[in-house]
Design a binder for this molecule. Sequence first.
Ligand code: AMP
Ligand code: ZN
Length: 113
Amino acid sequence: MSQHACVFCAIIQGSLPAHIIMQNDAVIVIKDIAPKAPVHYLIIPKKHVTDITSLEQQDAQMAGQLLLMAQQLASHLSGSQAFRLVVNNGADAGQKVFHLHLHFLSGQVMTDF
Ligand code: AMP
Ligand code: ZN
């Protein structure tokens, strides 16, 4: 999918509304529209990259910033700072939006999987 038809690019550009939690130069965090946990955020690079498979060496810093954003989000959680990160990489893994994103899940005790 081109970035012109990408729902997350539209949110980043401001042409589609979203509940924005936090952002910096490289990363935006929004509330997931269909939450699977009491806290369900999406950590999204502002650069359109399809998935982890498509990352290049030059994306190393951006990829690190995704994890550091998770750390920052956790520091703002009330109660437990435990969280789970999930990346669905590819359609067979359940990916539906083909712009790289980390699911940040928290606010409940997570079951094993
Ligand atoms: P994935 O299956 O890993 O591609 O996850 C895509 C996620 O994006 C799902 O959890 C959706 O609920 C979420 N999502 C899709 N469209 C929007 C939107 N406009 N705003 C917020 N979250 C969205
Ligand atoms: Zn995109």
